[in-house]
Ligand binder design. Structure first.
Ligand code: UTP
Length: 287
């Protein structure tokens, strides 16, 4: 049973400067809810009961978002705004949310290492907030957990990317011929040069990892971008344990990318009963 999730949210968010100077990237809204709430909900819908958010010193607004705001609640109740009260009271109620600060932003691998004491000795999932999914037929994290239940070892969630984009991702090297959605891996490489990319199968921001990863993260040297890379530690772990890749199915939004972020807002808006008609009409007029 996988019960615990880690969501690293301590990065600088440089691609969204200047807004990320004052607002954590994870709180950029999809209309009226922040992207990180969708990630937390995906974990909850996948059966996770305890979530550790890795934050940094300027991300206190994330902690406030998932906390109660008794002053605001009192005001809403005094004005008889029961619906609004319910909305703010019922954010991510399905799991316990825990926090730890990553004191220095040394990379994703270092961020995940901060979870060692929280995870202890059980398998866990990692969800990155830049990748939002509407999983089909089930949440992508649940897809990976289901594969874990069969293979009982680490499973990386993968997506197929165009060759020219391979240099932005951790890229998988399948062991032998790739057959079907689940493949044993021979290796992984972080952000290879396009001409050196061993495949187009990229790690898409979702991982099931065994606690063995911590042994390798503890002494992981800096890699690409002078950062401590999770991918490099996973590669070293492969000398001890099998690692699988699983192609995830559903719609993906790379919300670290501005156009994909806007697409996410439009798609969620077009599904929102309150605004879908007006939004569709507005979009028609733009064509
Ligand atoms: P990214 O490098 O994609 O995110 O890290 P970033 O630094 O926030 O954004 P850009 O690229 O500068 O715009 C992938 C994930 O790892 C987390 C980030 O928060 C993001 O979720 N991360 C990265 C950490 O938590 N700590 C780090 O030291 C680095």
């Amino acid at each position: 049973m996988i019960r615990k999730a880690v969501i690293p949210a301590a990065g600088y968010g440089t691609r969204f400067l200047p807004i990320t100077k004052a607002l954590p990237k994870e709180l950029l809204p999809i209309i009226d809810r922040p992207t990180i709430e969708f990630i937390v909900n995906e974990a909850i819908e996948s059966g996770i009961t305890d979530i550790l958010l890795i934050v940094s010193s300027n991300k206190n607004a994330i902690i406030d978002y998932f906390d109660y705001n008794l002053e605001l609640e009192t005001i809403l109740l005094s004005k008889n705004k029961k619906e609004e009260y319910g909305i703010i009271r019922n954010i991510a109620t399905g799991a316990n949310i825990h926090y730890i600060r990553q004191k220095e932003q040394l990379g994703l691998g270092h961020a995940v290492l901060q979870a060692e004491a929280f995870i202890s000795n059980e398998p866990f999932v990692v969800l990155l907030g830049d990748d939002m999914y509407v999983g089909d037929p089930k949440p992508v994290t649940k897809q990976l957990i289901d594969v874990y239940e069969q293979v009982k070892t680490s499973v990386l969630g993968t997506i197929e990317v165009p060759k020219k984009e391979t240099s932005r991702y951790g890229i998988c090297i399948p062991k032998g011929e790739k057959k079907g959605a689940v493949t044993e891996l021979a290796g992984v490489i972080e952000k290879p040069k396009v001409e050196e990319a061993p495949s187009r199968s990229a790690i898409g921001g979702r991982y099931v990892l065994t606690p063995t990863i911590f042994k390798y993260l503890r002494d992981q040297q800096r890699g690409v971008g002078n950062e401590i890379q999770l991918t490099d530690a996973i590669l070293r772990m492969m000398s001890e344990e099998k690692v699988y890749a699983c192609d995830m199915t559903g719609k993906r939004y790379d919300v670290g990318n501005k156009v994909d972020y806007i697409e996410a807002i439009l798609d969620f808006g077009l599904r929102n009963p309150e605004i879908k008609e007006d939004l569709a009409n507005m979009l028609k007029k733009k064509n």
